[in-house]
Unconditional design. Structure first.
Length: 308
């Protein structure tokens, strides 16, 4: 049988942390999907063709890094990677993870790597180095597997759960210029040694959030999105957070957090909530800081990275 010359996969946008689970929680959102096609190439190395203004160097592009790692695993000679971006770049919706996850699934198929889900997450994680400067798996695990994920490290293990049925989400994506290497800079603000009281607060909230997911209780999930560790130092770069949170909760949101490393913020709401009103409330919250935004109404999705 002749081997395929190319493979295509897509992967969803995600929101990471959900407040209390820095680098631990991720959730796939049905708002956007990136698509990646990987093809065999006669030229040595990895060549990236990308739209959406993302870097096209193999080592500076998240999908390129994944292809380089996959090529080494398979002993392949050359690959071409075409990236079609739909997830807003650098806004905290898992843009780099969506491309990395789609690239991992496409490479797995093209190069017959036959990776298990954990192997795909690990491979996709190599791409995060391009945007974050360090490997972390919250966004990529959600982008690969779909649903809500809990990432354990040392050794890497991902627990996947279904979010509460009917949960709605709303992401406010601010119209602001994002500095280069935003995620790496934003990660640099997070204390390496948090205070014990803050760690305790986050552990209690993270545990309650998982209980909320397990019970299908969006109100509990939302109230457990409070974050005492990463959010306080990041507030300065998301100055609209408090005003938007106050208004969104008044409009029926269960909870609001910075989405990943920001600058977007995400609200979760139970089935039946008026998500339009929550979005409008968030818009007004950002407007109080004189910032315009795009409101993205979406839902968690079980559909992770998949052949396209
Ligand atoms: N957990 C990561 C962070 C998500 O907050 O920095 C962004 O990639």
């Amino acid at each position: 049988m002749r081997r395929a010359r190319s493979a295509t996969a897509s992967a969803p946008s995600t929101t990471a942390n959900l407040g209390s689970g820095f680098d631990v929680f991720g959730m796939a959102l049905d708002a956007f999907r990136d698509t990646v096609t990987v093809s065999m190439s006669a030229s040595r190395g990895v060549r990236v063709v990308a739209d959406g203004g993302v870097p096209a160097g193999a080592r500076s592009n998240t999908a390129g890094l994944v292809a380089l790692a996959a090529m080494r695993m398979a002993g392949a000679r050359g690959l071409e990677v075409r990236v079609t971006k739909r997830v807003p770049v650098g806004m905290g919706m898992g843009s780099s993870a969506a491309s990395a996850a789609a690239a991992a699934v496409a490479c797995d198929r093209l190069l017959s790597l036959r990776l298990r889900p954990a192997g795909l997450v690990r491979l996709a994680g190599t791409g995060e180095r391009a945007s974050a400067g360090a490997v972390h798996y919250d966004n990529v695990a959600a982008a690969v597997l779909g649903g809500f994920v809990i990432v354990r490290t040392g050794p890497l293990d991902v627990v996947r759960m279904a979010p509460p049925r009917g949960m709605r989400c709303c992401v406010a994506v601010p119209e602001v210029a994002v500095p280069p290497k935003k995620t790496a800079a934003s990660r640099g603000l997070v204390p390496r040694r948090p205070r014990l009281e803050d760690a305790t607060a986050n552990v209690s909230n993270a545990a309650a959030l998982v209980a909320g997911m397990a019970r299908g209780d969006t109100a509990l999930v939302g109230s457990a999105m409070a974050d005492a560790i990463a959010e306080p130092p990041r507030r300065a770069s998301v100055p609209w957070l408090e005003a938007a949170r106050r208004r969104a909760v008044r409009a029926g949101a269960a909870g609001v957090a910075i989405s990943g490393a920001g600058p977007s913020i995400v609200a979760v709401a139970p089935a039946g909530a008026d998500i339009g009103a929550i979005g409008e409330a968030m818009r007004r919250g950002l407007a109080a800081s004189r910032v315009r935004c795009r409101i993205v109404e979406c839902r968690p999705t079980a559909r992770g990275a998949a052949r396209a």
